[in-house]
Design a protein around this ligand. Structure first.
Ligand SMILES: Cc1cc2nc3c(=O)[nH]c(=O)nc-3n(C[C@H](O)[C@H](O)[C@H](O)COP(=O)(O)OP(=O)(O)OC[C@H]3O[C@@H](n4cnc5c(N)ncnc54)[C@H](O)[C@@H]3O)c2cc1C
Length: 361
């Protein structure tokens, strides 16, 4: 069985990994680079029970367990458990460092949101690339190129087109993150939108302990921001905030921060801890999380088209939910059913996007 997976973000890579574990041939077609988009620029924060009480609960709990299993085997994946706090601050960059901690005296941590039993993290780029290498060890491959259409015979898909080239397959999975919207021109698929976020990665050495923070910070003269702070095992610390509704560029390689957004984020970070005011910046970047109309992912067979599957729209939980999505999609393709119930994520629950609107964008 040969499966072409369109998109080399964490979702496409996880699908290829679990297919390869079952002996299927998985080819990941990626236009820019493995983990070049959100899957390399996200927080990489994982939580066992933060999706409890909703349709994502079983997927998230299975995925948290799979991350724990995969952690030691994914080279460079940066998996570790951490404690997670919530709090607030007035954003003053002039405030000094607490004597009893690493944050600013202008920040108050007043809630413990997670323990090492319930919260963990990965390095998103390292995890995605490391998982792809494990898949390659089992026979999967990466095919650089841009998917431009599908090979179809009647109501069955038989592969993908990469410009003038054809790549035949028994099944095709659309996992192009927010760019999955382009596949609505080829298949009856609901809309997927891109919601932009900004982040800075600082080199902080051992100055920041393994404590994730979810904060509310009043920007000076501005609105309330909700920064998230994730110190990583490699001695860097990731800080993200500032969502925007800037349009998704057609080319994933063309994503850039909005004008002024990185300066705003740097000021917010300096108000969280004086460490960020002087630490070297490793990366200052933006990316788009894929979102759907009802906030739930699209995972499953495309209705009415044999051999076509979709896995996207994971919004703020794509890094967390990638392993269970990969496992479930591999089971769907190879066995016709998955252990985790995918009914809440059925693509047919939402109306198909009208491809005529793509041309108008
Ligand atoms: C600021 C921010 C912080 C986040 N933090 C977290 C977090 O802490 N924890 C968490 O669980 N999630 C987090 N997320 C969400 C997570 O990053 C995403 O849900 C996840 O990365 C989506 O993965 P994906 O594989 O669906 O898409 P992407 O990572 O966008 O990958 C899609 C891939 O498809 C490729 N592609 C596009 N078009 C084509 C084409 N025509 N042909 C071939 N390839 C194509 C692109 O180049 C890209 O590599 C965060 C997101 C953002 C924006």
């Amino acid at each position: 069985m040969r499966v072409v997976v369109c998109g080399g973000g964490v979702i496409g890579v996880a699908i290829a990994y679990f297919l390869s574990r079952r002996g299927a041939e998985a080819i990941v077609v990626e236009s820019t680079g493995i983990a070049h988009a959100a899957s390399g620029k996200s927080g990489g924060f994982l939580a066992l029970d933060w999706c409890d009480g909703g349709p994502l609960s079983a997927l998230a709990r299975r995925s948290f367990a799979l991350h724990a299993e995969l952690g030691p085997t994914v080279h460079g994946g940066g998996y570790r458990r951490l404690v997670t706090y919530g709090g607030h601050g007035n954003g003053s960059p002039a405030a000094g460092r607490r004597t009893d901690g690493w944050t600013s005296t202008a920040v108050t941590l007043d809630r413990r949101l997670g323990t090492p039993e319930t919260t963990a993290q990965i390095d998103p780029a390292g995890f995605t690339r490391g998982l792809m290498r494990l898949a390659e060890d089992r026979g999967a491959s990466v095919r650089p190129g841009r998917v431009t259409g599908l090979l179809r015979t009647g109501d069955r898909v038989g592969g993908v087109a990469l410009g003038n080239e054809r790549l035949e397959a028994d099944a095709v999975v659309i996992a192009m993150g927010p760019w999955s919207i382009l596949a609505a021109a080829w298949l009856p698929l609901p809309a997927v939108y891109g919601l932009k976020g900004h982040s800075i990665v600082y080199r902080t050495g051992d100055a920041v302990p393994p404590e994730a923070l979810f904060l509310e910070i009043r920007e000076r003269g501005g609105p309330e921001a909700s920064p998230e702070v994730f110190p990583r095992a490699d001695g860097t610390t990731y800080v993200c905030a500032i969502s925007s509704d800037s349009p998704l560029p057609v080319d994933p390689a063309a994503v850039e921060p909005d004008p002024g957004a990185i300066d705003r984020l740097a000021a917010i970070a300096a108000g969280i801890s004086p460490i960020f005011a002087s630490a070297p910046v490793v990366a200052a970047q933006a990316c788009f999380r894929p979102v759907t109309a009802d906030g739930l992912p699209l995972i499953g067979p495309v209705p009415g088209v044999g051999g076509a599957y979709v896995a996207t729209g994971h919004s703020v939980w794509g890094m967390l939910n990638a392993p269970a999505t990969g496992e479930a999609v591999s089971e769907l393709i190879l066995d016709g059913a998955s252990a985790v119930d995918l009914a809440p994520f059925a693509p047919g629950r939402l109306p198909s996007f009208d491809p005529a609107r793509l041309a108008a964008r």
